[in-house]
Write a new protein. Structure first.
Length: 279
């Protein structure tokens, strides 16, 4: 009788204690995985119900992303235009340039030419000078009513009369099909050093003198028959976006060393080229 009453009073407590101890052992052995799975099973339907956006929410999110992208692009373009305006204001020219955007560029001729969104209707002519922030980009060689094609200074056919700004040493700048160019000097041992600035020379017929092009990256005085310099181009030829187009310069008097040919063979040295430009 006594045992039965004691069990009735203590049985529930003992059972709960055993359940707690057993649960603790199971949780310890499974590191709580069983409890976590049970919790996830109960709460997953609620989470899915809350996390799944409806059609209107997805449409709104897509519109917000589109607007954010447009804002970022407008901010980028605005910054580029501000840089162009600032750079243009520093230039002393008789006529203001035409600002144009690059709208065409092929991977096959990335370093040879670009297409701009301005043409003869905007006053662009063949021979017009194209610049970007940093200096000379190239020359307009083909024009239609609403577009124009630019032959870049990095084109392998490009040859420009250039000089070292610090010393006046002159030569021919040739495109290298990259963000660099090769300057072949007229002198065997020119007065030049790494870091010197390079600009168009006074002998140039196609470009005004003093237009920035780049700077000397390295020199090779042992090159035969003439010394050369590797030139790092100032303008961002690799990633052109906006450019300025200037009227072609008035024809200058010919000089014995004028070199702006776009058609002369690249394997000729300045000393081997004819003294009169082929074009």
């Amino acid at each position: 009788m006594f045992t039965s009453r004691w069990w009735e009073r203590r049985g529930l407590q003992i059972g709960l204690l055993c359940l707690a101890v057993g649960t603790t052992i199971v949780l310890r052995q499974t590191q709580g995985a069983l409890l976590m799975e049970a919790y996830q099973g109960i709460t997953r339907p609620l989470q899915m119900l809350q996390a799944t956006p409806n059609k209107e929410e997805r449409l709104r999110d897509a519109q917000i992303l589109e607007l954010k992208t447009q804002i970022a692009e407008l901010q980028f373009q605005n910054q580029k235009l501000k840089q162009i305006v600032f750079y243009t204001e520093k230039e002393v020219t008789k006529e203001p340039p035409v600002v144009a955007r690059v709208i065409g560029r092929s991977a096959d001729n990335w370093w040879q030419q670009v297409t701009l969104n301005r043409g003869s209707s905007a006053g662009i002519q063949e021979g017009s000078i194209v610049k970007a922030e940093g200096g000379l980009v190239g020359l307009v060689d083909k024009v239609s009513a609403n577009s124009s094609r630019v032959l870049l200074v990095s084109d392998l056919k490009s040859q420009i009369g250039a000089s070292v700004s610090q010393s006046g040493a002159k030569g021919v700048l040739k495109g290298d099909g990259s963000a660099e160019a090769i300057l072949e000097f007229y002198e065997k041992v020119p007065n030049a050093k790494v870091g010197d600035a390079i600009a168009t020379s006074s002998y140039s017929q196609k470009f005004p003198a003093g237009m920035p092009i780049g700077r000397v990256k390295s020199l090779d005085f042992k090159r035969v028959p003439t010394s050369i310099a590797k030139i790092e181009l100032f303008p961002p030829i690799r990633s052109l976006d906006w450019v300025e187009i200037y009227p072609k310069p008035e024809t200058q008097l010919e000089t014995p060393e004028t070199n702006d040919s776009q058609t002369k063979p690249d394997n000729q040295s300045p000393n081997q080229q004819s003294k009169k430009p082929s074009n």
